[in-house]
Design a protein around this ligand. Sequence first.
Ligand SMILES: NC(=O)c1ccc[n+]([C@@H]2O[C@H](COP(=O)([O-])OP(=O)(O)OC[C@H]3O[C@@H](n4cnc5c(N)ncnc54)[C@H](O)[C@@H]3O)[C@@H](O)[C@H]2O)c1
Length: 277
Amino acid sequence: MKEVAVLIGAGSIGQAIIRRISAGRHIVLADYSLENANRAKEILENAGFECSTIRCDLGNKDDILALVNYATNKGCIKYMVNAAGVSPSQAPVEEILRVDLYGTSVLLEEFGKVIAEGGSGVIISSQSGHRLPALPQEQNDALAMSPVEELLSLPFIRSISDTLKAYQYSKRCNVLRVMYEACRWGKRGATINSISPGIIITPLANDELHGPRAKGYLDMIAGMPAQRAGTPDEVGDLAEYLMSSHGRFISGADILIDGGCTSSYWYGDLQYLKATH
Ligand SMILES: NC(=O)c1ccc[n+]([C@@H]2O[C@H](COP(=O)([O-])OP(=O)(O)OC[C@H]3O[C@@H](n4cnc5c(N)ncnc54)[C@H](O)[C@@H]3O)[C@@H](O)[C@H]2O)c1
């Protein structure tokens, strides 16, 4: 039976990951924008990969169930990568929570039912979740273990009114949910982890670097230990490690890949960002 690698969010980071793990496998490219998925398909097929595409809104449970059905008909699910998401400047609060928090949780649950033995998954979270102070244990437990259909009704989630907080809670939820799901995925002999990237140069980040907020971005980069932004390929290398035999003892983990930006935010030159970020 053919092995399948599923990518949700066929953007820059997603493509960098999928091309490292998919030689000889069938790639299912799922994206809210079928145009983006088809563009990625063309690039990947010209590089020797076998792909198919399906439209899927991560924030819609029916779309996720249709994706699982489509992918399992192609073969056994060896890898699942979620690199879809909406950022604080791209969408209102409800949309960020629906896609990044609820949708990712549904995705983890549904692929946890079909992942192959020896399979692996990676969820792209964000350094932004690491800027949220520690939450009370009851809130951690609620984000990690509540039934998915109850997540958006949690009182502390319902009270979020700004997009940055919505994004940060969503990304914190991704990390906690991955810990919870690692216990279930492990029963099938599979691993699941999250990666929290810092500033990674993609078309979106490039727009910011040349737009009205460029100075803020450049100051942030200058104040980071690495003193540069990251590349999708560096995130791809980390994901490849986690999903390869080297990473078989790693599950339920979140790995920051941010050039030290989070360290600087809490304890270094970037502490001034605490007032606004
Ligand atoms: N680029 C960065 O600096 C950075 C930093 C931290 C975290 N991230 C996270 O990495 C992930 C990917 O970001 P990227 O920089 O590769 O962006 P990108 O814009 O290149 O790719 C994102 C893809 O997700 C798709 N998408 C958006 N909403 C969707 C939805 N509801 N359902 C399905 N697909 C959807 C888009 O169509 C796009 O193809 C996101 O979760 C983002 O939050 C990015």
